[in-house]
Design a protein around this ligand. Structure first.
Ligand SMILES: *[C@@H]1O[C@H](CO)[C@@H](O)[C@H](O)[C@H]1NC(C)=O
Ligand SMILES: *[C@@H]1O[C@H](CO)[C@@H](O)[C@H](O)[C@H]1NC(C)=O
Ligand SMILES: *[C@@H]1O[C@H](CO)[C@@H](O)[C@H](O)[C@H]1NC(C)=O
Ligand SMILES: *[C@@H]1O[C@H](CO)[C@@H](O)[C@H](O)[C@H]1NC(C)=O
Length: 472
């Protein structure tokens, strides 16, 4: 008669212990992750060191941040960070949903057509673990979350008749095997279907749709239903002014731009791309004043607004020619996008009740909004920025920086790309941002690999695919 009740009690006890144990695990994990987010430099990089007192997270904040007048809300603690700091939500949800692998019809392998003269199919579909290291491992050894074989492929009409564009030149460079010209850069109404949802739900963060429910996805993407949402350079015919090649200036926020005097040169391009805390007022001589494309995620935008308000960043640039390009790494991006396109308050999530015109201006319309395709971001991660971080516990939060996605999107859309304000090997000579009032060292983050990005910019420059602004 040790009886049912005894067993039930014991079972309850075991259950309670298990629950307590797993809560503790989650807590420990969070604390650990928090710890590793500090902007301390990664120690295994030779030649980089920083004084301990300048590497605390607080040093990342503008000195006057506390005195800044927030125009629309007080920043939450999570948003008073460097823009590239991952959102709390990203930290909690860092495992992808479990979905069966796609069937062969839903899996549309991208063709290695990118370039005439592209190398063999297997090479083009292969990919390498790192742009600076080692040969390609057999594809079968790749963990499923990488997903380097199932990108959507489509034919986007050529927008220009440029004979000397990036797409023509890439075949002659070391990048020919990695470059896929048919992965859509942007997602729009035509891209959402139950099959695509099943396929992309395998991938988390900016790399897929796991974490976004199907209804939200349909509601958001169905308002992006015009060629302006599909094409990054949607108004080329109005801008070409007789030119057969599109010229894009892609402007990062690096301190190298301070006193550069490059403003007029930047503004003379057909298109000017900017990102995150791009402060223009007072810096026009060095960085220009036009913005045709502003790239951000909702998290990085809010971090920028919270952290750089005191330095003059009040929100995304507002002008008739500005387009807003979301890097969706969380469902909050889909919610804000829908709200912006429909001029309604955000209905739930971290931005609940926020008025999107506060961010994008009164005359924001669906035609001014764009959103990167998760296949494109995953393709960039896998083939251009396949960091060793993907082999660590940070693998699910790793993604290319917002600036890197912006620059590589331009590389896949423009004929000629000039990059300004991106990290260069002498980065220690410059402050983190061109608008910093006093020197602050470049911050490094566990969810990005900025040294690999820096190497990639050098390689693209050497290959003649971008013109990177450097001193000397
Ligand atoms: C490119 O050239 C072809 C043939 O000359 C022409 O039909 C087409 O409209 C041109 N496309 C653009 C985008 O200028
Ligand atoms: C997009 O617009 C086309 C025609 O304008 C329409 O047929 C289609 O149903 C729309 N798609 C969505 C998802 O709303
Ligand atoms: C168009 O091209 C002409 C001649 O090259 C130039 O003078 C003019 O400034 C250009 N216009 C714009 C808006 O770039
Ligand atoms: C950067 O700083 C180092 C040492 O402080 C100096 O030797 C070098 O010339 C500087 N480079 C540039 C481009 O200013």
């Amino acid at each position: 008669m040790i009886s049912m009740t005894g067993m039930k009690l014991r079972r309850k006890l075991v259950l309670a212990l298990l629950t307590a144990g797993s809560l503790l695990c989650v807590y420990v994990l969070c604390v650990n992750l928090e710890g590793s987010w500090s902007i301390e430099p990664l120690r295994n990089f030779h030649g980089f060191s920083q004084k301990p007192n300048s590497s605390s997270r607080d040093s990342e904040e503008p000195q006057d941040r506390r005195n800044s007048s927030e125009r629309w809300s007080r920043p939450s603690p999570a948003s008073t960070r460097h823009p590239e700091h991952p959102s709390a939500a990203a930290l909690q949800k860092h495992t992808p949903a479990h979905t069966p692998p796609p069937t062969s019809e839903t899996q549309t392998a991208a063709e290695p057509q990118a370039a005439a003269g592209a190398t063999s199919k297997s090479e083009a579909v292969g990919g390498t673990w790192s742009s600076t290291r080692g040969p390609t491992p057999p594809r079968s050894t790749e963990p499923a979350f990488i997903g380097d074989t199932g990108y959507m492929a489509e034919d986007v009409p050529a927008q220009t008749n440029c004979t000397d564009g990036v797409r023509g030149r890439v075949a002659q460079t070391r990048f020919s095997g990695r470059f896929l010209g048919r992965v859509p850069v942007l997602q729009w109404a035509n891209h959402v279907s139950p099959e695509q949802y099943k396929r992309l739900s395998q991938y988390s963060g900016a790399h897929g749709w796991s974490g976004v429910d199907y209804d939200t996805l349909v509601e958001t993407l169905s308002v992006l239903n015009s060629s302006a949402n599909w094409l990054l350079l949607d108004d080329w015919s109005r801008r070409s002014n007789g030119s057969s090649c599109s010229r894009c200036a892609v402007v990062g926020n690096g301190g190298i731009l301070k006193d550069s005097g490059r403003g007029p040169e930047i503004d003379s391009h057909h298109y000017v791309f900017r990102t995150n805390g791009a402060i223009l007022k007072g810096f026009e001589e060095d960085v220009g004043s036009r913005t045709t494309h502003y790239t951000f995620s909702t998290n990085t935008l809010r971090n920028s607004m919270a952290s750089y308000a005191g330095l003059g960043f009040t929100g995304p640039p507002l002008s008739q020619e500005t387009r807003y390009v979301f890097l969706p790494d969380h469902y909050r991006d889909y919610l804000l996008m829908k709200a912006a396109a429909t001029h309604t308050a955000v209905d739930r999530g971290p931005e609940r009740a926020k008025d999107p015109t506060r961010f994008f201006g009164q005359d924001v319309t669906a035609e001014k909004l764009k959103m990167y395709h998760p296949d494109f971001v995953r393709y960039l991660r896998n083939r251009f920025l396949r960091s060793g971080t993907l082999k660590t516990r940070n693998k699910f939060i790793y993604r290319p920086t917002t600036g890197a996605v912006m620059l590589l999107a331009a590389l896949h859309s423009c004929d000629q790309v000039s990059a300004y304000g991106f990290m260069t090997p002498d980065y220690k000579n410059y402050s983190d941002h061109y608008y910093d009032r006093k020197y602050r060292p470049v911050g490094f983050f566990a969810n990005h690999d900025m040294r690999m990005e820096m190497t990639l910019w050098q390689q693209l420059h050497q290959a003649g695919l971008i013109t990177l602004y450097m001193h000397k």
